[in-house]
Write a protein that binds this ligand. Structure first.
Ligand code: NAP
Length: 263
């Protein structure tokens, strides 16, 4: 057959038709997930869904974190606080459980710790309580803990703000409380993230935070509780181990002042 312009046009339109059919076939194939793939996805969802225990859940950051985890993750949440049943309400009873107790109450803590993957501790002022928490975690083979503690635990704030901070804080609570607690927490057996928080205030909509690593100069005189809650949520959502065994200075960017703006 002589190769005329008409033949070339016909061949071209057939090639286009075949290409279109191949494209349709590949779209359908990827849309119809096999039962095995579906099974794998469900298994992955279950693996990704964790249970987070918030210790000190009736505290200000504890309450914000509860809301942030409910909104930004699928994780289940266990709330632990003194007089918890009078002070807390489960906003989503399918995902939230409430336990009443003090950090020093090993029996109550053990009940709350069942099935927990990640612990968030909202206070390090009670070293006996922190020691009880660490022992209970060991009993339940829970390793991951994120902790709200205070700045200057390594004398890392050598600035006029550091001097102001040392003048303002209670030395007794600091020396006997936070420092001893941190010695229980910063240990090889735990996958800890310590948050050395600068001075806290509340401002809706301000979730700006910056972090410095252990050994780096501490920066920033203030940060909002909303930002701290967001940081803890981001750490919980972090798929890599970049926050494991770290001690982070936490502040708001561009607040490297001699004291917080609200003083
Ligand atoms: N204020 C600042 O500028 C500043 C600066 C740096 C770091 N921080 C630290 O940041 C953390 C978070 O701040 P926040 O405003 O959320 O604090 P918060 O409202 O005082 O929350 C701390 C919670 O921990 C609970 N708690 C303490 N000891 C306990 C125990 N033995 N048993 C059971 N619960 C216990 C308290 O329970 P109760 O409510 O029953 O007392 C409280 O609800 C605090 O640990 C604070 O020390 C604060």
């Amino acid at each position: 057959m002589p190769v005329t312009k008409g033949v070339i046009q016909k061949l071209g339109s057939r090639v286009n038709l075949i290409l279109a059919m191949l494209l349709l076939f590949s779209i359908n194939a990827s849309a119809c997930t096999s039962p095995k793939a579906k099974e794998n996805n469900t298994a992955m969802d279950k693996k990704d869904k964790k249970t987070v225990l918030i210790l000190g859940a009736a505290g200000q950051v504890g309450k914000m974190l509860t809301d942030d985890l409910l909104e930004q993750t699928d994780h289940n949440i266990v709330l632990y606080a003194r007089n918890a049943n009078e002070r807390l309400k489960a906003k989503d009873p399918n995902r939230v459980k409430i336990f009443d107790g003090d950090f020093k109450d090993a029996e109550a803590l053990s009940k709350a710790m069942k099935g927990v993957d990640i612990v968030y501790l909202n206070d390090t002022g009670d070293p006996e309580g922190v020691a009880t928490i660490v022992n209970t975690m060991k009993e339940h083979k829970v390793k991951r803990i994120i902790v709200a503690t205070v700045l200057d635990i390594y004398n890392e704030v050598n600035t006029p703000f550091g001097e102001w901070n040392r003048r303002m804080r209670s030395e007794e609570r600091f020396q006997k409380g936070h420092l001893v607690s941190v010695s229980h927490l910063e240990v090889p057996e735990l996958d800890y993230t310590l948050l050395r928080l600068t001075w806290l205030y509340n401002k809706e909509g301000n979730r700006n935070y910056m972090i410095t690593q252990k050994g780096e100069p501490f920066k920033g005189a203030q940060v909002t509780r909303q930002a701290v809650s967001q940081l803890v949520t981001d750490i919980i959502k972090e798929p890599t181990d970049k926050f494991i065994k770290t001690s982070l200075g936490v502040s708001e960017p561009n607040t490297d002042w001699d004291k917080p703006s609200f003083y």
